[in-house]
Design a protein around this ligand. Structure first.
Ligand SMILES: [Zn+2]
Length: 313
């Protein structure tokens, strides 16, 4: 048996996973991100203890703990160097877990782990070259090249969300201008439409959300786009065009067999994936997308747990 843990900015998942990749038991707790690292770490430790007890397992039954965490992981020390949603700097989570449980512990960036999980357990086949693209509040990317997770020289590769798609474009939270994330990340898209409504704009979108701007999501914006809302046609068309252009660039650069698309914006909309595919087919070099499959991620919130449990160093 193995234990998989996915530490996100709002929730933490802890699962017991067997050798075949089946999740036997799973628990979700809220992340107390306002509290210190030690506090959150101990929350997770107590949850793991509880899960072991519930499943009638002992520490000696667990061959490995795999942790997926948002942020950059140092290649040598495996410390989490920086995690913006958690506010952590240089924390020794792997070492702490090994000390506390006496079980070998692996730590992986959450999007890398999610890509690996989808690659190993979500797809119908196990292709050699896969790109994972997760479009949630921001955008994360993961690369499987030649059946191995590609992490880069200092372990921080795959940052698709911060590829510049317009040097003069929207400001991004990373400090750059015109990142893919600033165009197609859910919180950025919603932010632009919300600002427009707050400045007095009233179109179909106003009726769709019943005048409640706080509940606005990308699915509403897509609905308004379909029904011809003037601003949402502009805003959503921009999202599809930039996303499709970025995917075409990925295909030209990596020439993957499969691009897996996951995250809240993918799950919360109806035609996003098809619309992106159409733009890609227009923009990519035809040899780069011959036989390319674009698939929706299938494992949902389980992908990072499964990836963290099985990825290789
Ligand atoms: Zn950026």
């Amino acid at each position: 048996m193995r234990i998989g843990i996915d530490i996100g900015g709002t929730k933490i998942l802890v699962g017991v996973v067997d050798e075949m990749g089946s999740i036997i038991h799973k628990i979700k707790i809220p992340t107390d991100a306002k509290n210190s690292y030690i506090y959150v770490r101990d929350d997770i430790v107590n949850t793991v203890d509880g899960v072991l007890k519930t499943c009638g397992l002992h520490k000696k039954d667990i061959e490995r703990i795999g942790i997926a965490a948002a942020g950059q992981i140092d290649k040598k020390t495996h410390y989490i160097m920086f995690s913006p949603n958690l506010g952590w700097h240089n924390v020794p989570l792997k070492q702490d877990f090994e000390k506390i449980f006496g079980i070998e512990t692996f730590i992986e960036n959450d999007v890398n782990a999610a890509t690996y999980g989808e690659w190993k357990f979500g797809l119908n086949s196990i292709p050699d070259d896969v790109v994972g693209v997760f479009v949630g509040t921001g955008i994360g990317g993961g690369l499987i090249i030649n059946r191995k997770l590609y992490r880069g020289y200092t372990n921080v590769g795959g940052e698709l969300g911060h590829v510049t798609v317009n040097p003069y474009g929207y400001k991004c939270s990373c400090g750059n201008r015109g990142c893919l994330e600033a165009y197609c990340g859910g919180s950025y898209i919603v932010g632009r439409v919300r600002d427009k409504i707050k400045s007095g704009y009233r179109g179909r979108i106003w009726d769709i959300i019943g005048g409640n701007v706080d509940m606005l999501q990308t699915g509403h914006i897509e609905d308004a786009y379909i029904s011809g809302d003037e601003f949402c046609v502009y805003a959503w068309r921009e999202v599809i065009e930039y996303m499709g252009a970025a995917m075409a660039s990925i295909a030209n650069l990596i020439n993957p067999e499969v691009i897996v698309l996951g995250g809240g914006v993918v799950y919360g909309t109806r035609y996003f994936v098809d619309d992106i595919r159409a733009v890609m087919e227009k923009r990519a070099m035809s040899a780069s997308i011959r036989g390319l499959k674009i698939e929706k991620a299938k494992l949902g919130e389980d992908s990072a747990i499964l990836g963290a449990v099985f990825t290789e160093a």
